[in-house]
Design a protein around this ligand. Sequence first.
Ligand SMILES: [Zn+2]
Ligand SMILES: [Zn+2]
Length: 174
Amino acid sequence: MKIDLANIAGTPGARGRFAISERIRASEGAACVGPVTGELTVENAGSLLLIRGRLRARLRMSCVRCLAEGELDLDLEIEEEFASEGAGADIETIDREEPELAAISDYVLDAHEFVRQQVVAGAPMSFLCREDCRGICPQCGADLNRSPCDCAVTPGDERWAKLGELLKDGARGG
Ligand SMILES: [Zn+2]
Ligand SMILES: [Zn+2]
């Protein structure tokens, strides 16, 4: 959805409210289940356009330990500022790492791009299928959530004790 902000941008104090429902493509490591929904308010605060609101998304991600897929809800509090100074000029994003991905140009907000950026930025870096996921054995590849394998090493195992000794030696040496 494209949102025309010309009226708001041209009138200090003006504000508009927009219902959002955008289907976005999967970002790296996270797929979106269903549309991202919510509401955004765009307000002309003089030299700034403020975009505030809330977006909700359901993400499908792979567990970093066992690679099993799971879903999580993302509830994003939106608060973005765009400079609106310079009549006729493109509104440029402030404090954005990738200015080339500006979601506003010529006073039109690309809601799809804006939502995509917000979800990508708000998605967790990693996902655990459950707090105590045991992951996959790095040696035999067994899913340790299902059953322990023969090569599973547990804390207290003498191999861990040896590793502890090595680490202690390293600390002394450094
Ligand atoms: Zn897992
Ligand atoms: Zn194993």
